[in-house]
Design a protein around this ligand. Sequence first.
Ligand SMILES: Cc1cc2nc3c(=O)[nH]c(=O)nc-3n(C[C@H](O)[C@H](O)[C@H](O)COP(=O)(O)OP(=O)(O)OC[C@H]3O[C@@H](n4cnc5c(N)ncnc54)[C@H](O)[C@@H]3O)c2cc1C
Ligand code: SF4
Length: 506
Amino acid sequence: MALGIWILGDRLTTKQLSLQNNQDNKQQTPVIMIESSNYVRQRPYHRQKLVLVWSAMRHFAQELKTDNWQITYETASDFLTPLNKWIKDQQITELQITTPCDRPFLKYIQSLDLNCAVTFLPDQHFLWSRDEFITWVKSRQRLLMEDFYREGRKRFNILMDGKKPLGGKWNYDQQNRKPPQKSLQTPQPLTFKPDAITRSVIDLIKQEKLANYGKIEPFNWGVTRGQAQAVLTHFVQECLPQFGTYQDAMITGEYTMWHSLISPYLNLGLLEPMEVIDAIEHAYYQQKLPLNSVEGFIRQVMGWREYMHGIYDYQDEDYAHNNWFEHHQPLPEFYWNANQTEMNCLHQTLTQVEETAYAHHIQRLMVLNNFALIAGISPQSIENWFHSAFIDAYDWVMQTNVLGMGQFADGGVLASKPYAASANYINKMSDYCRNCKYNKSDRTGDQACPFNFFYWDFLNRHRERLKSLGRMNLVLSHLKRISDEELAQITFLAKQWWATQGSKDY
Ligand SMILES: Cc1cc2nc3c(=O)[nH]c(=O)nc-3n(C[C@H](O)[C@H](O)[C@H](O)COP(=O)(O)OP(=O)(O)OC[C@H]3O[C@@H](n4cnc5c(N)ncnc54)[C@H](O)[C@@H]3O)c2cc1C
Ligand code: SF4
C-alpha cells in the first residue's frame, strides 16, 4: 500500500495529521500541492487574496522540501489531471487529505474521479472538534456565544483564577468600544516586501488576468509562518494594550487601528488558535496589560471564531439559502467600485477593501453589511461579494458572519436581533459623516442620509416580523413616533434610491 498526501491551500501547517503521522517516513511519502486556475476563476476574487494563498502555498512547499519531504508542486487548470497523473506515477493506493472546513470544497473533492482510495483525516485547526461542539449544543437550551465562550475559558483554563474568571468578570466589554477621539496615535501595521516567490505570483496573476477586483500592489501581507508569527508578536507589543478600548472605532485613512490582522494567517493554518491565545495570556502576566484588552481579544479568537465555525459545522447546507427578511435587491455596482458612491462611510471603507482586501470588524458589520441589510439587498449576493473581496474569506466563516450575524438571514440562530443601524451609530463611532455630502441627521429631504431613510423603512417594512424578536421592541416604539406622512416620505426616498440604481422592485 503506497500512501500519498494532498495538502490543501488553506491547510499550510506541519501539524496536520497526514504530515505528523508520516514524519519518520517523509522521504518515502509523496506529497502534492496544486494551484488550479479554473478553481480560482469561480469567483471574482480580490487579486491580493490570490497572491496571498498561492505565495503562501509555494513558500510552504519550499519549507517541506527543505525538510526532506518528497514534494510535487503543480500549477494546472484543474485538480484532477495532475492528481491522477501523480497517483499513477507514484503508484499511490491511498490518498490522505485533511478534511476541508468548507462544505462545497469537501463535496467537490468527494466528486473527483480519483484512481485510488481517499481518506479524509480530522482537521485539527480549531480548538473544538465538530463532535465536541455538537455535544455542547445538545447540552444547551439556547446557543449563546457568551455561554460557549465561558465554557471554552473553563475547558482550556484561560484567564482563570481557579474556577472563577480572572478579575471576577467573564466579560469586560463595557470598558471597550469607545468612540474615536481626535489626535489618536494609532500604531503602524507590520508590512512585508514581496520576495521573489511573491513577485512571481503577482506577475502570473497579472499576466493570466486570474482576478480583476482590487489593487494587486502594494502587497504588504506576510506569506510564511515566520512572518505570521512576527505579525502576532507585533500585535502583542504595539496594539494589544489599546485593542479593547478602540475596538469599534473607525477613522478616515486609518485602516487597521489596533486590530491584529491575523485572520488571514489563522485561516490558512500559518498560525494556530491556541498559540495566539497563549501569547496573549502570557503577555498579560508578563507585561501587566489591561484586562479589558486581553479578555476582549481572547474572546474574539476563543469565543467568536470557534463559535462561528461550530455553528457552520452544526448547520446543514441549506443554511446558505436562508433569507428570513425575504430581501431580493441586487448588489449595487459600487460595492465593486468605491468611486461610484458618495456615501462617505461606504466610499472610505470600500476604497480600503480595494486597496488591501481588509476592513476591521465594525467596518464589515456596521457599514458594509448594515447597508446591505437595511437596503434590502439579497443576503446571498452580499455574501458572495464578501467571499470574493476579503483576504480572509472562506465558506465556513462567510456564512455565519454574513448570513447569520450580518443579514439575520437565519432568523436568529446566531444573533438575537439584527445588526441594523442608522447614521447615528456611524457618526458616533467614526469621523466619516463629517465629510459627507449627506446630512447625518436627516431622514427625509434632499440631503437625507440613505442610512437613515433605509433604516426607518427597514423597521417599518418588517414591523410585524421584528415584533416577534423581543429585543426590538424599544426600537419599534421609536417608529411609532414617526407620522404616517413622514413614513410615506421615507418609503418614497428608499424606492427612489433603488430606482436610480436601476431597480424598480423595491
Ligand atoms: C460581515 C462580516 C464578514 C466577516 N468576514 C470574515 C472573513 O471573511 N474571515 C474572517 O476570518 N473573519 C471574518 N469576519 C470576522 C472578523 O470581522 C474578522 O475576523 C476580523 O475583522 C479580522 O481582522 P483581524 O485579524 O484584524 O481581527 P481582530 O479584530 O484583531 O480580531 C482577532 C481575531 O478574532 C477572530 N474573530 C473575531 N471575530 C470573529 C468572527 N465573527 N468570526 C471569525 N473570527 C473572528 C479572527 O480570527 C481575528 O483575526 C467577518 C465579520 C463580519 C461581521
Ligand atoms: S452621513 Fe450617512 S452616508 Fe454619509 S458618512 Fe454618515 S452615515 Fe455614511
